[in-house]
Design a protein around this ligand. Structure first.
Ligand SMILES: *Cc1c(COP(=O)(O)O)cnc(C)c1O
Length: 230
């Protein structure tokens, strides 16, 4: 299906999911995950009305962003090495994948040099999977406190990439866990922390994520089709 039709279908499913659980449609944003998608196809999605894109690989992001209109908004959602943060500085509105203090320190340093502020999400390894990035749930509070104390950033919420299952219902408990962790952190009322974003849900399970409180759903395949790795 063409990208514009995919986009419309996703928007309709998002609206229906919001309606089912009495949420406002505007309370959930679609982040179009464009890793491995070339700039031409991103431009098609933009022409169809999509404004917000998410990328996983620093070099790929930098090259494509330079080729696309400056009005688009970008989030970084992939594994991030501290020595690559400088290439993102000033170019992304949010980083979803912060899972250690050393990385947050470098982000803070880079945005300080620009005299700007960046919004961060802390990635939680909800399934405690050894293969996955993310802070362990037990260590989250300590990390939030340390990150939030750094200048030129705000902690805006949490992100998770739960253990994969073909059955979206099997993922619901992980989404619930992420929301409960966010509520717990929110109650601490820490300076520099505004727990209003939950980044969770992908192509195959975003409706369940919306029912469990997602504010940012990260959709690649359902919008752009199967990814082709070069
Ligand atoms: C690739 C990716 C997605 C999108 O996955 P789809 O199943 O294609 O929708 C979402 N989040 C992260 C972190 C990703 O790397």
């Amino acid at each position: 299906m063409p990208i514009a039709a995919n986009l419309e279908a996703i928007q309709q499913r998002m609206a229906a999911a919001c309606k089912r659980c009495d949420r406002l449609t505007e309370s959930v944003r679609l982040l179009a995950v464009s890793k491995t998608v070339d700039a031409g196809r991103i431009a098609l999605a933009a022409a169809a009305g999509q404004q917000l894109f998410g990328e996983n690989y620093v070099q790929e992001f930098v090259a494509k962003q330079a080729a696309l209109p400056a009005e688009l908004d970008w989030h970084f959602i992939g594994a991030l090495q501290s020595n690559k943060v400088k290439f993102l500085a000033g170019k992304v509105a949010m980083i979803h994948s912060v899972d250690r203090l050393s990385l947050a320190r470098e982000i803070s340093r880079q945005w300080q040099q620009l005299d700007q502020r960046i919004d961060l999400l802390l990635q939680v390894n909800v399934g405690d999977e050894t293969s996955k990035a993310g802070v362990a749930a037990d260590d989250l509070e300590t990390l939030v406190r340390a990150v939030a104390a750094l200048p030129n950033l705000r902690v805006r919420g949490l992100m998770a990439l739960p253990p994969y299952s073909d059955d979206p219902e099997a993922t619901r408990p992980w989404f619930q866990q992420l929301r409960q962790l966010a509520e717990k952190i929110d109650k601490l009322a820490l300076p520099g922390v505004i727990m209003d974003e939950l980044s969770m849900g992908m192509s195959h399970d975003f409706e369940v994520a919306i029912e469990e409180g997602a504010t940012l759903i990260r959709i690649g395949t359902a919008l752009f089709g199967e990814r082709v790795y070069a």
